[in-house]
Design a protein around this ligand. Structure first.
Ligand code: PEP
Ligand code: MG
Length: 749
């Protein structure tokens, strides 16, 4: 019996393939398919519903229901039995449809006379494209074999939809990959970019979902799985002495690669008429569907491992390696699920923009993208499913929007926006050599933040007075092993060479929280942002800090050196760090190295506690730099990486400004140099308010220097301060709208 069923399924797939091979239009093909399925399943009705938009399904073809209902009958996700199949991505198999939970009567289809209902999601790689339904008058439940057979058909349908075989005149719908898509994401690096998609991991395209020689397909699958197993074993041998986590992942890969259940299910699919590739993809689809539904983080990770392994297997089978032979477009916009900092650095500045499906604003990749000044959006829907290599794409890193395959109207509006930005850039370059002098005469020093050698040329082009924050951890994050002292000192020397007589503030290693070094044992902490990070790690495990201080002294090689410690929460920590510097100097001198001609040691003020440190601290520390990103998150108790709470509190909230004002006053009283180097320093309105509150030095990403300088030069800081004071006296929560009103009255220079 089972043997006969398999043959039936294969026969049906064979007929489907023949139906597809003719040069019929999209609608005709769909009609043929519904007819073939209904006949083969001995059912009166077979219907195909496809998504019209994100939450509307449309009846696109039917055998048995009223033909007039085609393209007329629509339902929302979750509505009726069909909507429920799509929403929950589950099969509904019932002998008595009108009595089933969620049934909705649709008179225009004439379906009330059909008792039994079998509906399956048409899904590909975890994405539901539509619903396939068969119905019959006789009240019966469909057998497991029948359900399974139809699942295989649904899978092939999904592949065909993906390949766009239903497009054409009178088409049911245009191919998914030809439609314009608008995706929303979170801005991790501002800027706008137009270009063409370059997929970091190109999707494997299965062009032959149906195969009629199961023996041959079984052979192909077995060979490919053997090759896969061998490559996993090889990777394991290579990783034998290395990282434990990597080994664990590979062990999981090996377990999956040797899983009998996985193999058996794929072989069954082949018996039922699928090609080896389609069988792999069917399993992968199921895993992805489970992945999106599971709330268990461990299970999700394992399913993600399986997903990765399936991709490898598909590449072996199709010969479409990571290198597909496709050429990177001249204006590439990188699209990926996620990417590591090292991989991103390899692409370097060739990229126009980056769009990630996962990732986070504070991730390493985001730090690198920021350093490279490449617009980056994270959490951008399911972009890796929607985009194909070479697609036209526009990234709006101001609004957090991606336009994929935009229509002309959108593209033109977007280009206007780019042109406006270019015009603004021109205005900025006209003032690059002018000081950031406000109308009241006050001059604000504008410095830039950096972290890579590649940033240094911006020192000249942006007009920055120096590097106010050099994030040294980037050099540690982009490697897969701890950098050597000699490597670091050579790098610091090159940074100082490139900076010439401009000052560079080297911040010592700021790791922990979200910045995890791949080669250091991760720390399971319930609240890593409040955990063992930055100077806390440096002081508890001083080996790395000492090595870095030596590298800095050697890199300076007789030139002035400025060192800053991150995340100092109390005076004692600064004292201990200062002692380490003193010891390093003494040691270097003893070893005969040239000492820096001048040495300044400062601290970052990133926790509210430090603002209330003893007066002696303010007297002892050479300078302070407010790390507004961290300070703000601790001031408002709002995680800087949690998108839900991050935007809730405005930097221009009067409580925060009053707090900053207190810091300025203490520093003025004690003659302590003060700057602000968080991201807010690079936002023009915020920068203006910081200057009005008394900050005389701001450090920001190079691209922000022009806009900030331009606004400062248009405004009078005394007047801004009055605006702030008046808003504060009125009891406003934020001074933003008042300051914006003031700015509007100031003329463009
Ligand atoms: C800050 O916290 O404001 C800062 C500059 O440091 P980072 O963003 O690297 O934590
Ligand atoms: Mg910080």
């Amino acid at each position: 019996m089972a043997e006969r069923k398999e043959t039936e399924s294969r026969k049906l797939l064979g007929r489907l393939r023949d139906a597809m091979a003719g040069a019929a239009a999209g609608q005709e093909r769909l009609d043929k398919i519904t007819h073939l399925i209904a006949t083969s399943m001995q059912c009166e009705v077979c219907s195909i519903y496809l998504f019209r938009d994100e939450d509307t399904l449309e009846l696109c073809a039917t055998e048995g229901l009223n033909a007039e209902a085609v393209h007329e009958t629509r339902m929302k996700l979750g509505e009726g039995l069909v909507g429920r199949v799509a929403k929950f991505r589950r099969v509904i198999n019932t002998p008595d449809a009108p009595q089933a939970l969620g049934f909705r009567f649709m008179p225009e289809t004439g379906e009330e006379i059909y008792s039994s209902f079998l509906g399956l999601p048409v899904q590909r790689l975890g994405e539901t494209l539509g619903v396939l339904v068969v119905q019959s008058k006789i009240a019966r439940e469909f057998s497991a074999d029948e359900v399974y057979g139809l699942e295989v058909v649904a899978m092939v349908l999904a592949e065909m939809t993906e390949l766009g075989v239903f497009v054409g005149e009178g088409a049911a719908m245009s191919a998914r990959h030809t439609q314009s898509v608008l995706l929303r994401g979170i801005v991790a690096q501002e800027g706008v970019a137009e270009g063409h998609v370059w997929l970091h991991e190109p999707r494997v395209v299965v062009t032959n979902p149906i195969a009629d020689d199961p023996v041959r397909e079984t052979e192909r699958l077995t060979e490919a799985v053997d090759a896969l197993r061998m490559s996993v074993d090889q990777m394991l041998t290579m990783a034998a002495n290395g990282d434990k986590d990597q080994q664990q992942v590979l062990e999981t890969y090996r377990m999956f690669a040797n899983s009998k259940g996985w193999m058996r299910r794929m072989l069954e699919d082949i018996e039922n008429g699928l090609s080896a590739e389609a069988a792999v993809e069917k399993e992968q689809s199921l895993a992805r569907a489970r992945m999106t539904q599971s709330t268990d983080a461990y299970l999700r990770e394992r399913l993600s491992d399986l997903d990765d392994l399936s991709n490898r297997l598909l590449r072996i089978l199709t010969g479409q390696g990571a290198d597909t032979g496709a050429e990177m477009p001249a204006d590439p916009i990188l699209v990926a699920r996620n990417i590591g900092p090292a991989e991103l650095l390899e692409y370097g500045r060739s990229l126009r923009g980056i769009v990630l499906e996962n990732g986070s604003v504070g991730s390493h990749a985001a730090i690198v993208a920021r350093a490279l000044a490449i617009p980056l959006l994270v959490h951008a829907g399911r972009i890796t499913n929607d985009a194909l290599n070479g697609d036209h794409i526009m990234v709006d890193g101001e609004q957090g929007i991606v336009h994929l395959r935009p229509d002309d109207m959108v593209a033109n509006a977007f280009r206007d926006k780019i042109a406006m930005q270019a015009a603004a850039q021109e205005r900025y370059s006209a003032i690059v050599d002018k000081p950031a002098q406000a109308k009241c005469g006050q001059v604000i020093a504008l410095h830039m933040n950096a972290g890579l050698m590649a940033d240094l040329p911006s020192l000249r082009s942006s007009g920055a007075e120096g590097v106010g924050l050099f994030r040294t951890e980037l050099q540690f994050l982009v490697r897969n092993k701890m950098p050597k002292r000699s490597e670091l000192s050579a790098l610091y020397a090159r940074v100082l060479d490139a900076a010439g007589d401009k000052r560079v503030v080297f911040r010592t290693l700021d790791i922990g929280s979200d910045k995890v070094l791949p080669y250091m044992k991760p720390n399971e902490e319930p609240n890593p942002a409040l955990g063992w990070r930055a100077i806390r790690v440096g002081l508890d495990k001083p080996g790395v800090m000492r090595m870095q201080l030596q590298a800095l002294i050697r890199g300076a090689n007789g030139r002035p050196l400025t060192v800053m410690f991150p995340f100092v929460a109390q005076f004692e920590e600064f004292r201990a760090a200062q002692k380490e510097v003193d010891k390093a100097m003494a040691r270097e001198e003893k070893l005969g190295h040239v000492l820096p001609s001048a040495l300044e040691v400062g601290a970052m003020l990133e926790t509210p506690s430090l603002a209330f440190a003893p007066e002696k601290f303010f007297e002892d520390v050479k300078f302070l730099s407010v790390g507004g990103n961290d300070l703000k998150q601790f001031f408002f108790a709002a995680d800087r990486e949690n998108e839900r709470v991050r935007r809730r509190y405005d930097t221009l909230n009067v409580s925060f400004l009053t707090f900053l004002e207190g810091i300025v006053e203490r520093c003025n009283r004690t003659n302590t140099d003060l700057s602000f180097c968080g991201e807010d320093a690079g936002r023009p309105v915020e920068a203006l308010c910081l200057a009005a509150m008394g900050f005389r030095c701001l450090s920001m990403r190079p691209a922000s220097i022009g806009p900030v300088k331009s606004l400062l030069r248009r405004c009078n800081l005394d007047e801004v301060r009055d605006v702030i004071n008046r808003a504060r006296a009125r009891g406003e929560m934020s001074v933003r709208s008042d300051v914006m009103e003031y700015i509007k009255t100031q003329h463009q220079t």
